[in-house]
Ligand binder design. Structure first.
Ligand SMILES: C[S@@+](CC[C@H](N)C(=O)[O-])C[C@H]1O[C@@H](n2cnc3c(N)ncnc32)[C@H](O)[C@@H]1O
Length: 303
């Protein structure tokens, strides 16, 4: 891992972790996030945060995204910390806010998207580093004071694995977070989960055209995977917040459709519009929920 540059593990590094990380491959994840930085900039907020915001009356998408980031910083008890890890850091909005606003000395991000990693590195901030690697390949130089993981957990299990394999993969993830955190550290996790839906209801279009090799967790699977490693201290289901966030994304994308066509073509633009429309409906009817979990490390776990 390099401090400021984009660190890339060898192909072997990723392959060797396949049994432990039954999630989406780097190729499948990159396919979604490496479409074009300019395309995402058309419809995300200016910090390019790509996950459910936290809305209050009077918010714009920009303020609701900052409110969400600040919420996770608070839940992870990350303010003023020496070292914070952001797993699935996107284009780096949380990393930046940690060092600029919350007095964190060093923020490290993990992503599987080269475009995202390069965007973060090109800002040239020595307080921020990023590595192009999966959580399952990450070997920290020192323990972290706090961990944040927002909108990435949805990529940590493939649809073709058994429920037992899925839970085992999630368990490995929480084991790693447990190992990387200092005693009494916190993990703030945000993820979509199946709500009033079955696994076989996974939207075929999204699973094959937009977010390949990615299945959603059930809340019960997450609960089983954290046992004796993390204590669930606070849980919020904010699915209406995600409906509203996707609504806003769709309005922005439609308003800039011509520019989107020029950047990525009509087919891709249409696919993202369809993806956002399905997402709005899923959150509205509650087939998909949006969970924010505040998890405290159990320092002396029973074997
Ligand atoms: C929807 S984006 C969320 C980005 C950011 N957290 C935000 O809220 O804007 C999902 C992120 O998870 C990352 N990701 C997916 N699978 C991953 C894995 N196995 N290890 C590390 N990052 C992963 C993607 O590269 C991407 O940066």
């Amino acid at each position: 891992m390099t401090r400021q540059g984009v660190a890339t593990p060898g192909a072997e590094g990723h392959a060797s972790s396949r049994t432990e990380n039954p999630g989406a491959s780097i190729e499948a994840v990159a396919e979604h996030y490496d479409v074009s930085n300019e395309f995402f900039a058309l419809w995300l907020d200016e910090s390019r945060t790509y996950s459910c915001a936290l809305w209050q009356p009077g918010d714009t998408l920009e303020t609701a995204q900052l409110r969400k980031i600040d919420y996770h910083v608070e839940q992870a008890r990350a303010r003023g910390a020496a070292r914070v890890l952001d797993i699935g850091c996107g284009w780096g909005s949380t990393l930046r806010r940690l060092v600029d606003v919350h007095g964190v000395q060093h923020a490290h991000g993990l992503t599987l998207s080269r475009a995202q990693a390069e965007a973060i590195t090109s800002a040239g901030d020595s307080r921020i580093s990023v590595s192009l690697e999966s959580w399952s390949d990450h070997v920290p130089e020192e323990p972290y004071d706090a961990i944040i993981c927002v909108g990435a957990f949805e990529h940590f299990a493939r649809p073709d694995i058994s429920v037992a394999e899925k839970i085992a993969g999630y368990r490995s993830f929480f084991e790693r977070c447990h190992q990387w955190l200092k005693p009494s550290g916190w993990l703030s996790l945000q993820t979509m989960v199946y709500g009033n839906a079955l696994r076989e209801d996974l939207n075929r279009f999204i699973a094959t055209e937009v977010s390949r090799e990615s299945d959603l967790p059930r809340m019960a699977e997450v609960a089983e995977a954290i046992e004796r490693r993390f204590e669930l201290v606070q849980l919020r289901n904010d699915r209406e917040d995600y409906r509203r966030t996707c609504d806003e994304y769709l309005v922005r994308l439609k308003a800039r459709r011509e520019k989107a066509h020029a950047l990525v073509g009509e087919k891709t633009t249409k696919a993202y519009e369809r993806f956002l429309s399905y997402s709005i409906l899923s959150f509205h009817v509650g087939s998909v929920d949006l969970m924010r979990l505040s998890l405290r490390r159990i320092d002396r776990p029973r074997a």
